[in-house]
Write a protein that binds this ligand. Structure first.
Ligand code: GFP
Length: 817
């Protein structure tokens, strides 16, 4: 029998809604529901609220004819959505209480949600933060990407070695998304280009692909803070044109009958297929073109349905390319405008450049994509023609301006001739965009001087900076409710709506002993939660009074986990040699994934685990030092680790980390940063004050100068007994007695050719770490700095970043910087 709802009790109304979802959508009753059933019921109840606001928001966008922003990204590292959605809807406490009335523990339910790991690291998480900020700021935006059946691999450590396992986030379905089978576009591959001449018409080209793949839309609503607006994340799934070749099937060829299905569906099967093989490389290009083509067809259709005139595209639409992955959009938009919508070439080019803008995220030459011309010609023959034509017109226009410098023309060409002919996607994105932005002040400056220096001379207005940011809703309010409560208690409720300005009001509290005490107490609480997780997952117990010294991010040589490990070993040796010194106790925490084919990074993971295994059981240390490598780093784990950190390691070789975003999350939560003057660390030191961070090491300029010399490190090693000792310990197999030679190559590589200048920065890093110890021993000063870190990080809100994109690049009216 249906229960009577208690009048005007929102908790009870929500409870009823959960029960209705459990019964009618999940098909269970409270008596036989499992945890996951409850999760689904709550998620669906929240989704109902989202949908109401979603409808309102899209009506408003239509009515007000708002300019639309499209964010094209191969990655969206969303993580879990339950708390995010409930919190932005203002229903978190309601849901918690409603479940409690049903005798269900909300904390258990929330942890059952799988992470949507449709991204790799900072780039993908940035896209997720931007989606939330765009909704919060009432910008009419769509995110476009791929609905990978399997997100980033699940990392399993077997004897300390990384193994990649398939990640299965969709096993129980996905309550947040709406499948839209009616929103489907054909995407072609291969085939040939024919010239069509019809009487009375301008001759034109038509691409006749020999393979067609269908894209199906899946929409997820993204809600802003206090449900200010709800935008759409539209992810594409690849399907074959036909699910089965019936004739072949009936002829007994059961596998052959589905071969096209397998080929087509592999496009949206996994994020980052291993591209060290030719097949993997081709699949990656197919993925990029697939989602770009579907998205452009979709947004042009929406534009024409609403405004009816293709010529007004740049007035109504802004398309942001997140890195070079969607750079083929330049050629695809040209193809659609010229071949399909029959615009004249130069008009189409003007519209393309006015509509597109591109964000660069790295200066590492190996990470700037380029595709073999032969592969492009085979897979995208019409696009290759278009790229040649863009290039020819471009070079002609430069010659017309009397620019004949051969080296300059070669460097801005879309085609690289030196290492086998390849299409340079960075150059294509640059040329086809009216705005090219870097993601921190230093990165942008280096972009102007290095990768795009020649382009910058030709187009001095195009490059601009948009320093990254993070959404404070997720990385403060949701990840750290204890701290949020403390802050609200101190500076008031308005913090929640205007954190960028209100956080600064916290500054005077840094001088109050009682506040510092509370600040330290919330950290203890979070450290205990992390320690419990480590105990449960790894069986290692941690001393929560020790400094929690954390480096969590993709494992990459330029991020220099190796420098941190060398310090760990040197500290270990120093503690053993000098047990009477009053060492500050430390827990070194690592987490992160290595790309499947990146052998050196995988070896670094193994080294961290070998070091951990040796140090953690050494009784002479009396527990002063512990090392843990927590497996399978993802957004949810970050939400537990970051609020528990005392020290944040941001130690990349200066000039190589474009921005960093975890650096901002740590500082926001009050961790102190030990870091180089790299990426956004530079602006953080300006906002926070260098005296409240531990800045060390070579500057980008010094790195550039040192790198021009021979990269052998004999002199640096000879000058530091500690460094030599740590390297020798690793090299000689102290941490790998089962295979004493395991790290000989790694260490010899550092001695002979230390590309990332680990050895050259070691001594400065060691000294900075001793300053960390010293500050830790004076808690008043430590917590004073910690409070100031939180107080002065509001500028790194992704709302600020998005406002800058909106006003400078997208020209969205009504959004002031
Ligand atoms: C990349 C860059 C980072 C930058 C992010 C977002 O991140 O420096 O902060 O993009 O712009 F390397 P990863 O994908 O490498 O983590």
């Amino acid at each position: 029998m249906a229960e009577e709802p208690r009048a005007h009790d929102p908790v009870d109304t929500f409870r009823q809604l959960i029960l209705a979802k459990l019964k009618y959508a999940v098909g269970k009753d409270p008596g036989n529901a499992f945890g996951h059933d409850w999760f689904e019921a709550v998620a669906l109840a929240a989704r109902d609220h989202l949908v109401d606001h979603w409808e309102e928001a899209s009506l408003q966008v239509e009515r007000q004819e708002q300019k639309r922003v499209y964010y094209l990204s191969l990655e969206f590292l969303i993580g879990r959505l339950l708390v995010d959605s409930l919190s932005n809807l203002g229903l978190l406490d309601t849901a918690r209480e409603a479940l409690a009335r049903l005798n269900v523990d909300f904390e258990q339910i929330r942890n059952l949600e799988p992470d949507a790991a449709l991204g790799n690291g900072g780039l993908g998480r940035l896209a997720a933060c931007f989606m939330e900020s765009m909704a919060t700021l009432n910008i009419a935006a769509h995110g476009y990407g791929i609905r990978y059946e399997h997100g980033l691999f699940r990392q399993v450590l077997v004897d300390g070695w990384q193994q990649e396992h398939t990640e299965t986030w969709l096993d129980f379905g996905n309550p947040w998304e709406f499948e839209r089978p009616e929103v489907s576009y054909s995407v072609g591959f291969g085939g040939s280009v024919v010239n069509i001449t019809e009487p009375g018409e301008v001759p034109r080209h038509e691409w006749q692909p020999n393979e067609m793949v269908r894209s199906i839309a899946y929409d997820t609503p993204v809600v802003g803070w206090r449900h200010s607006s709800v935008n759409t994340l539209r992810l594409w799934r690849a399907r074959a044109e036909e699910d089965l070749q019936l004739e072949r099937f009936n002829a007994g060829d059961h596998f052959g009958a589905v071969v096209d299905v397998v080929k087509a569906e592999s496009i949206s099967r996994v994020l980052y297929p291993n591209d060290s093989t030719e097949a993997g490389l081709e699949l990656r290009l197919r993925q990029e073109f697939f989602f770009v083509s579907a998205s452009l067809q979709d947004l042009i259709k929406r534009h024409l349905d609403q405004h009816g005139d293709i010529h007004t595209l740049p007035e109504r639409v802004a398309i942001q390319l997140n890195d070079t992955h969607p750079a083929i959009a330049v050629a695809e938009l040209m193809r659609l405008l010229v071949d399909v919508h029959r615009l004249e070439w130069f008009e189409a080019w003007t519209l393309t450049v006015a509509t597109l803008s591109y964000t660069n995220h790295t200066l590492l030459p190996e990470a700037l994509e380029s595709w073999p011309v032969s592969l492009m010609e085979r897979l995208l023959p019409r696009h290759m023609q278009i790229i040649y034509l863009i290039n020819a017109y471009h070079i002609d226009s430069l010659r017309a301006k009397d620019i004949h410098d051969f080296d300059l023309l070669r460097s801005v060409s879309l085609i690289e001739e030196e290492h086998g002919r390849r299409v340079r996607m960075g150059n294509l994105a640059f040329l086809g965009s009216h705005s090219i932005n870097g993601v921190s002040a230093l990165h942008t400056e280096l972009m102007r001087k290095s990768v795009f220096s020649d382009f910058h001379r030709l187009y001095p207005q195009r490059i601009n900076n948009k320093t990254n940011g993070v959404t404070l809703r997720r990385w403060l309010y949701q990840a750290n409710p204890q701290l949020t409560e403390l802050l609200v208690g101190a500076v008031g409720d308005e913090l929640l709506d205007s954190p960028e300005t209100v956080l600064r009001k916290l500054e005077p509290f840094a001088a109050k002993a009682s506040f510092r005490k509370q600040f330290a107490a919330q950290r203890q609480h979070n450290k205990r939660a992390l320690a419990a997780l480590v105990q449960e997952r790894m069986g290692i117990s941690l001393d929560t009074q020790a400094i929690f010294d954390v480096q969590v991010k993709r494992i990459h040589e330029y991020k220099r986990q190796l420098l941190n490990l060398l310090h760990t070993v040197a500290l270990y040796q120093a503690m053993r040699n000098d047990p009477t010194t009053d060492w500050a106790p430390r827990v070194k925490i690592f987490a992160g994934k290595a790309a499947a084919s990146y052998h050196q990074a995988k070896l670094i993971i193994k080294l961290a685990n070998d070091i951990s295994r040796t140090i953690n059981v050494d009784p002479t240390l009396r527990g002063l030092l512990k090392v843990v490598f927590i497996p399978n780093y993802n957004v949810s784990l970050a939400e537990v680790i970051i609020p528990a950190a005392d020290l944040s390691e941001q130690i990349s070789t200066a000039g190589l980390e474009a921005s960093g975003t975890s650096n901002m999350k740590f500082a926001l939560n009050g961790a102190l940063t030990i870091g180089t003057l790299d990426g956004a660390n530079v602006e953080m030191s300006e906002q926070i004050g260098r005296e409240h961070m531990f800045i060390f090491g070579m500057t980008a300029q010094q790195v550039a100068t040192r790198s021009r010399r021979d990269l052998g490190m004999a002199a640096e090693i000879a000058a530091s007994e500690r460094l030599a000792g740590a390297m020798e310990a690793i090299r000689s197999g102290i941490f790998s007695p089962d295979d004493p030679n395991r790290y000989a190559g790694l260490i010899d590589g550092l001695i002979a050719h230390d590309r990332f200048l680990v050895c050259a920065d070691f001594q400065a890093y060691w000294d900075a770490q001793r300053q960390v110890d010293a500050l830790w021993r004076t808690p008043d000063r430590w917590w004073h700095s910690a409070v100031l870190n939180t107080a002065r990080t509001g500028w790194f809100s992704s709302d600020r970043t998005i406002r800058e994109y909106a006003s400078d690049i997208w020209k969205v009216p009504g959004i002031e910087k």
